[in-house]
Ligand binder design. Structure first.
Ligand SMILES: [Zn+2]
Length: 170
C-alpha cells in the first residue's frame, strides 16, 4: 500500500479490525518513510468475469439475454420460467466463484449444456450436438432458431446442402 503523502510503497499496518458484518477490513497504517498515519478500508470485490468470444472480443455477461436464449431452447418443453431463471442464476454463481477476470465463451456453453441436461433431456439432446459451434449467447440464440426451424422432411436435393451443414461449419 503506497503512502498517500509521499508515495513511498513501504507502510506498516498498526491496527486491523473488521466491521460488524465482517465484509470490510479497516487498517491503520503508518508510512515508514514520512511517519504519517492513514486508514484504508478493504472490501471483498466480487465481479462477474468478462466473456471472451472466439474472435477475441470481450463482452459483459448478460443474465436476461442468456435466460432468453435458454427459454427459446426450452420452448414448448415442460420447464417453468422460474426453473430457467434459477439455472441462469447457477451459471452466474459458478462464473463468480471462478474468480477470474475473463472466461472464454466456450465455458458458458458448457455451463448452459450442464443446466439444460438437468432441466430437460429432450432439449439437451437437441442442442448437445451443436453447442460447441456457438461462440457466444447471440450465436446460441441463432443455433436454437436454426435447429427449431430445420425441416424434418428428408427431401434430398441432388448435390444440395445438408440442412445441418452450416451449423457444423463444414
Ligand atoms: Zn509517507
Amino acid at each position: 500500500m503506497k503512502c498517500p503523502f509521499c508515495a513511498d510503497p513501504n507502510t506498516q499496518v498498526t491496527d486491523t479490525r473488521e466491521n460488524e458484518d465482517g465484509d470490510v477490513v479497516r487498517r491503520r497504517r503508518r508510512c515508514v518513510k514520512c511517519d504519517k498515519r492513514f486508514t484504508t478500508y478493504e472490501r471483498i470485490d466480487l465481479k462477474m468475469p468478462h466473456i471472451v468470444k472466439r474472435n477475441g472480443n470481450r463482452t459483459e455477461f448478460d443474465h436476461a439475454k442468456l435466460a432468453g436464449s435458454m427459454k427459446l431452447a426450452l420452448r414448448k418443453r415442460p420447464v417453468t420460467i422460474e426453473a430457467i431463471d434459477a439455472a441462469v442464476d447457477r451459471i452466474e454463481a459458478r462464473l463468480l466463484a471462478m474468480g477470474e477476470q475473463e472466461v472464454p465463451s466456450e465455458k458458458i456453453g458448457e455451463l448452459v449444456m450442464k443446466e439444460l441436461k438437468k432441466l430437460d433431456k429432450v432439449a439437451y439432446i437437441r442442442f448437445a450436438s451443436v453447442y460447441r459451434n456457438f461462440a457466444d449467447v447471440d450465436e446460441f440464440a441463432e443455433v436454437i432458431r436454426e435447429v427449431q426451424t430445420r425441416p424434418r422432411r428428408g427431401k434430398a436435393d441432388k448435390g444440395g446442402a445438408d440442412p445441418g451443414h452450416d451449423l457444423f461449419g463444414g
